[in-house]
Design a protein around this ligand. Structure first.
Ligand code: GAR
Length: 196
């Protein structure tokens, strides 16, 4: 059985979908939900499900990413995960951290990578006149929102869409894609999944 730690910064809806998926014959189980924000709504939701949680506030580190990651890394290592799943984790990671977890760390990003790395993906897709948007799950490497793609899901961009309406449509697909990719990845299969 693979052990999965999930890193969040916010409400944790993707985290919940991952946790809910890891039952029965699934090859993995959640062992930790950690956040850089002690107020992240997902921490309480995970705790309510009986999952160990950890909060390492990045703010007192005053931009010293390495020191923050050392503290976060200690909490993660204590849970002995095999896989690290970033689910709305909004801190940029140093190359040292990504190297430590190379081949074992996943991220979900709300765009059809390689388009729209970084922030404000939905506004940028609408502004560009794209007719499709979506989400990607990829292995995390040193470059931001880069690394081998493990799955993608597409949604249409509709007339009158706002960044919020598009985000909601994409998020519904994230909730399907990420559990599907995690299950496959945990079983040792890195073949990309395409939804729907
Ligand atoms: C998700 O849409 C995820 O793709 C995005 O943050 C949201 C988190 O929602 N991630 C990024 O933008 C990463 N750069 P959630 O907390 O409800 O899962």
């Amino acid at each position: 059985m693979k052990r999965v730690a999930i890193l969040i910064s916010g409400g944790g809806s993707n985290m919940l979908k991952l946790v809910e998926s890891m039952t029965g014959d699934h090859p993995a189980r959640p062992v930790l939900v950690a956040s850089n924000d002690p107020g992240a709504g997902g921490l309480a939701r995970a705790a309510a499900l009986g999952i160990e949680t950890a909060a390492v506030d990045h703010r007192p580190f005053n931009g010293d990413r390495a020191a923050f990651e050392a503290a976060l890394g200690d909490r993660i290592e204590a849970a002995q995960p095999d896989i690290l799943a970033l689910a709305g984790f909004m801190r940029i990671l140093t190359p040292a951290f990504t190297a430590r977890w190379a081949g074992r760390m996943l991220n979900i990003h709300p765009s059809l990578l390689p388009k729209y790395r970084g922030l404000h993906t939905h506004a940028r897709a609408i502004e560009a006149g794209d007719t499709q948007a979506g989400c990607s799950v990829h292995e995390v490497t040193a470059e931001l929102d880069d690394g081998p793609i493990l799955g993608q899901a597409r949604v249409p961009i509709l007339p009158g869409d706002t960044p919020d309406s598009l985000a909601a449509r994409v998020l519904a697909q994230e909730h399907k894609l990420y559990p599907a990719v995690l299950r496959r990845f945990a079983s040792g299969d890195r073949t990309a999944i395409t939804l729907p």
